[in-house]
Design a protein around this ligand. Structure first.
Ligand code: 13P
Length: 259
């Protein structure tokens, strides 16, 4: 089992600079208060703002920065892209394979493999997202979809021993639960997380440390506790509820209580 509980906010394409500043003015005070009484908690807090705001937050101390994306090419004539090496100047983690990137930007498995390898090259820790859509869930073939998503991207990366010393984080984000207010039940989450855990152990069991498995999809302060209590849930990846500083802090407090 991984030791840390991860609580990561994915802000997607939200917040202007003044809103980012307001959020962190309050957030830093709340975190300071929370950890002043107990700084022994095994909790890793992350925030993924829009890339343009990463430099603004690079002196963060109580939490880590997460990039929402990196380019799949290393450098050169790719107008509008931001490379892994540029992002790594500010960020510790990077999301790879989020369903919104797969859906709206046609990111294929080959692209995701390249992004993970570039992340490692520049010392970024990838958070690889996977999850079925509503049709797969209703048809009942979601586990085979999840297996394919993991085996087509993660296994090729770790098929050579080059990356075995690297840290990997994965996140189960059922597409039907993202932004819908309809989170997966603890039983549904548990089934997929147990399945993913076994798949990873059976196939890349020689990776350094155990792979934290996060859950994302309509997480909020009401459901955070019951989700985090599941055996193979090592943290949360939170969209909408992370935009509000009070709400996000409340979720962190819940995780802090369990850590
Ligand atoms: P919501 O929490 O808004 O459902 O978004 C989840 C997500 O996509 C996090 O990456």
């Amino acid at each position: 089992m991984s030791e840390n509980i991860y609580v990561i906010g994915n802000w997607k394409m939200n917040k202007h600079l003044h809103e980012v500043t307001d959020f962190f003015d309050q957030f830093n005070i709340s975190l300071h208060d929370m950890f002043a009484s107990d700084n022994s908690a095994n909790i890793e807090i992350g925030v993924a703002p829009a890339a343009i705001h990463l430099p603004q937050l690079s002196d963060a101390t109580n939490f880590s920065l997460v990039a929402q994306n990196i380019a799949s090419e290393e450098n050169g004539a790719y107008t509008g892209e931001i490379s892994a090496s540029m992002v790594a100047e500010y960020s510790r983690y990077v999301l790879v394979g989020h369903s919104e990137r797969r859906m709206f930007f046609n990111e294929s498995n080959d692209i995701l493999i390249k992004k993970i390898m570039l992340a490692y090259k520049y010392n970024l820790i990838p958070i690889f997202c996977f999850g079925e859509n509503l049709e797969n869930r209703e048809k009942g073939d979601y586990l085979s979809i999840i297996k394919q998503q993991i085996e087509k991207v993660i296994f090729p990366v770790f098929s050579s021993s080059v990356f075995l010393n690297q840290t990997l984080i994965v996140a189960y984000e059922p597409v039907w639960a993202i932004g819908t207010g309809k989170h997966a039940s603890p039983e549904q989450i548990s089934e997929v997380h147990d399945y993913a855990r076994n798949l990873l152990i059976d196939n890349i069991g020689n990776i350094k440390g155990s792979v934290p498995i996060l859950y994302g999809g309509s997480c909020n302060s009401q459901n955070a506790k019951s989700i985090l209590e599941q055996k193979n849930v090592n943290g949360l990846l939170i969209g909408g509820a992370s935009l509000d500083v009070d709400h996000f802090t409340k979720i962190i407090q819940i995780a802090h209580g369990l850590s």
